[in-house]
Write a protein that binds this ligand. Structure first.
Ligand code: SAM
Length: 223
C-alpha cells in the first residue's frame, strides 16, 4: 500500500512513522509512506501556502494552487490514488473506515492548517474524514491516527494476526479484560478463572465480560 501525506509540517511525522509497527511495516515493504511538503509546490520567494479570506474575516486560508500541484505530483506516481481531506466536520473515523482504507492500494491524506482550505480544494477529495467533533490546529495528528489504525490492519503487519480478531469493535464487541503478572497488585487480584487452565470456561468468561462491557459502553455512547 502507498500512503501520501500532504502537509506544511512534514517533520511532525518523522518520529511517529519511524518507530515500532509502522516502521516495521515499511521495512517489510508492506507500506510505503511519503510525506509531501505542500510548501515545495509554491512559486514565490516566501513559499506562501495561505492567504487572506475573500470577504474578510478572521484568520488565513490555505491557498489552492500548492495543494493542487502537490496532488498533481502524487497522481503522477499513483493515478488512482484515493484522496482524503481532513476536516472537523467530515465523516467520523472509526474501525470500519480503517478496514476499508487498509484494503486500498494507494491513499493520499491532505492536512489543513490555519482556518482550513480554500473551498476549491474540496474537489480534490474522494471523501472528507474527521477524527472527532473537536477542532485541532492542523490535520497532522488526525493523519497520524488514521495511518496508525489503518497500517496495523494490513495483512502481515502485526506479528500475531490472531490478536486482531479479538480486538474491540470486532464482532461488535468491546475487548474483554486482560491481565498479566503480578497475580495480585495493590490488593487487586487476577480473576481465578484465568488461572484455572480451563480454556472452555475462560472463553465463556471472556465472552460474558465482553458483552457486559459492550452494554456499558453502548450506554455511554448513547449518552
Ligand atoms: N476553521 C475550520 C473550521 O471551523 O472547520 C477549522 C480549521 S482547523 C484549525 C485547521 C485544519 O485542521 C483543518 O483544515 C483540518 O485539516 C484539521 N482538523 C482540525 N480538526 C480536525 C478534526 N477533528 N479531524 C480532522 N482534521 C481536523
Amino acid at each position: 500500500m502507498e500512503i501520501y501525506i500532504l502537509s506544511i509540517f512534514p517533520n511532525m511525522f518523522e518520529s511517529v512513522f519511524n518507530e515500532t509497527i509502522i516502521k516495521r511495516a515499511q521495512e517489510k515493504k508492506l507500506v510505503k509512506i511519503e510525506t509531501v511538503n505542500i510548501r515545495d509546490f509554491t512559486h514565490d520567494k516566501h513559499r506562501t501556502t495561505d492567504d487572506y479570506p475573500y470577504g474578510g474575516g478572521a484568520g488565513m486560508v490555505m491557498k489552492p494552487e500548492p495543494i493542487y500541484e502537490a496532488m498533481d505530483y502524487v497522481k503522477e506516481k499513483s493515478p488512482d490514488v484515493h484522496t482524503i481531506l481532513l476536516t472537523p466536520a467530515g465523516e467520523i473515523f472509526n474501525q470500519d473506515k480503517a478496514k476499508e482504507l487498509s484494503k486500498k492500494d494507494s491513499i493520499a491524506i491532505i492536512c489543513g492548517r490555519y482556518e482550513g482550505f480554500d473551498e476549491r480544494v474540496r474537489y480534490l477529495a474522494d471523501e472528507e474524514i474527521s477524527l472527532g467533533r473537536f477542532v485541532l490546529s492542523g490535520g497532522e495528528i488526525a493523519a497520524m491516527a488514521i495511518v496508525d489504525a489503518t497500517v496495523r490492519l494490513i495483512p502481515g503487519v502485526l506479528g500475531n494476526e490472531e490478536s486482531l480478531k479479538e480486538e474491540s469493535f470486532e464482532d461488535g464487541l468491546i475487548e474483554y479484560p486482560q491481565y498479566t503478572r503480578p497475580r495480585v497488585y495493590r490488593g487487586m487480584a487476577v480473576p481465578d478463572i484465568l488461572l484455572s487452565g480451563n480454556h472452555k470456561k475462560i472463553k465463556e468468561w471472556r465472552m460474558q465480560k465482553a458483552k457486559e462491557r459492550t452494554l456499558k459502553w453502548m450506554g455511554v455512547e448513547d449518552g
